[in-house]
Design a protein around this ligand. Structure first.
Ligand SMILES: Cc1ncc(COP(=O)(O)O)c(C=O)c1O
Length: 366
């Protein structure tokens, strides 16, 4: 099997992990980084020296599942811990894969959705997010992309790479309509609960919805490689846990303990993210206003990224390369199949964001 090149990771690896690394990384979709010491010091301090380094249970340890149940307001029994949302994606695709079936996905989107569906032999039916409509995801438009062979529908909210938020009412309507046809709805909410307007509830309790989430994005702990599936249906959950046993056996109990401790202190993690993301989004918004002769955007309603585009339709990659040479990394839109766009991450660092935007504006003006 030939997987397509993972263009975003190639781009990030060439700059973020270079020696020396890029000065300002505005290509990342994560929040401000925490060190192990900073994390362990939260909540009066936690010593993880006693954690035994064996296997964790295939569904995840009780402590982290209880912490997740509390965080999302669901029964801890519904929680299946995974190695990032990346493994959660593989599991749900594996559960629905059958000859001739298709999955319905947004476009643009996080590239593994389509690549992994294809790898499992699933056809891909796309529903386009229209930039003129603020990249809105509506139940009605998504249902148009379904057919009798649809085995799964996936929505991502807040959405990567656009920052669009699907209204809770639309998610409920979609889940219900699909439920009548026996088709599950997967809601990838790795950027939940980072919203800039009205707060949205998690879809974890919506009937017929399977939620995918992680510690990587809103909780700013990508290196914990801890994600989850929330599955209310006991039979489906049992199959998901089996799939998990085949894929990775278990998580690391050390990382599970760190994740549980982080969830116990989630307010502190979220406060820092919200402070950085809100201030940077406002600064980005001011720049977007100033460069609106050349570049358009839909202001993100949630999450950590925005997806502006060149009004004249030019390929953004040469601009992204020039910008990287000047010390600022944004991600070319071709990583998401939309070459005239580029993705700007605005939540990873407070320090220097203004300098990075000044370089951005200068480079854009040529
Ligand atoms: C929408 C979306 N889903 C899932 C993932 C996977 O993240 P992780 O495996 O770190 O949980 C990402 C990462 O960028 C993402 O943007």
């Amino acid at each position: 099997m030939n997987l397509p090149p993972f263009l975003l990771d190639h781009w990030l690896a060439a700059h973020e992990f270079a020696t020396p690394p890029i000065r300002y990384n505005l290509a990342a979709s994560t929040g401000p980084k925490w060190s192990v010491d900073e994390l362990l010091a939260l909540g009066g301090g936690r010593d993880i020296g006693g954690v035994k380094i064996g296997y964790a249970p295939p569904e995840g340890g009780k402590r982290v599942r209880e912490a997740l149940g509390g965080f999302l307001g669901v029964d801890p029994d519904w929680v299946v811990v995974t190695t990032g949302a990346s493994e959660a994606l593989l599991i749900v695709l594996c559960l629905v894969a059958r000859p001739g079936a298709n999955i319905v996905l947004p476009t643009p989107a996080f590239s593994p959705f389509a690549a992994m569906a294809d790898a499992w032999g699933l056809g891909v039916n796309s529903y386009p997010l229209q930039r003129e409509e603020g990249f809105r995801q509506s139940a009605e438009a998504i249902l148009v992309a379904t057919d009798d062979d649809t085995a799964l529908v996936l929505v991502n909210t807040p959405h990567n790479p656009t920052g669009a938020v699907m209204p809770p009412g639309e998610i409920e309507a979609l889940a219900q309509k699909l439920g009548e046809r026996g088709v599950p709805l997967v809601v990838d909410e790795v950027y939940h609960p980072l919203y800039f307007g009205r707060q949205s509830p998690t879809a974890a309790s919506v009937p017929n919805a399977i939620v995918m989430g992680d510690m990587s994005k809103a909780l700013s702990l990508a290196g914990l490689r801890t994600g989850w599936l929330i599955i209310a249906d006991p039979e489906l959950r049992k199959r998901a846990i089996d799939a998990r046993s085949y894929f990775t056996i278990s998580s690391s109990p050390v990382l599970e303990e760190l994740a549980a401790h982080a969830l116990d202190n989630h307010e502190v993690l979220l406060d820092r993210l919200v402070a950085v993301a809100s201030a940077n989004r406002a600064a980005l918004s001011a720049v977007m206003e100033r460069v609106s002769d050349t570049v358009a955007w839909a202001e993100p309603e949630g999450g950590t990224v925005a997806f502006p585009w060149f009004k004249d339709g030019r390929d953004s990659r040469p601009f992204c390369q020039a910008l990287a040479a000047a010390g600022v990394l944004v991600a070319p839109g071709d990583c998401f199949g939309s070459p005239e766009h580029f993705r700007v991450g605005f939540a990873a660092q407070a320090e220097g964001f203004g300098d990075a935007l000044a370089i951005f504006e200068r480079t854009l003006r040529g």
